[in-house]
Design a protein around this ligand. Structure first.
Ligand code: ZN
Length: 47
């Protein structure tokens, strides 16, 4: 089972479903669209 998260960028309108690996990349590199630094708060775990 893969844990999935809803990414909701606090800066632009980007919303996307990501897995844990993608989430870690976003936390490291920032939003794929606007390159804003994102924190854990931008992610909601999906069930
Ligand atoms: Zn963004």
């Amino acid at each position: 089972m893969t844990t999935r998260f809803t990414f909701d960028c606090p800066h632009c309108q980007a919303t996307t479903i990501v897995d844990e690996g993608m989430r870690d990349l976003l936390l490291e590199d920032g939003c794929i669209l606007c390159e804003t630094t994102v924190s854990m708060a931008a992610f909601d775990r999906t069930t």
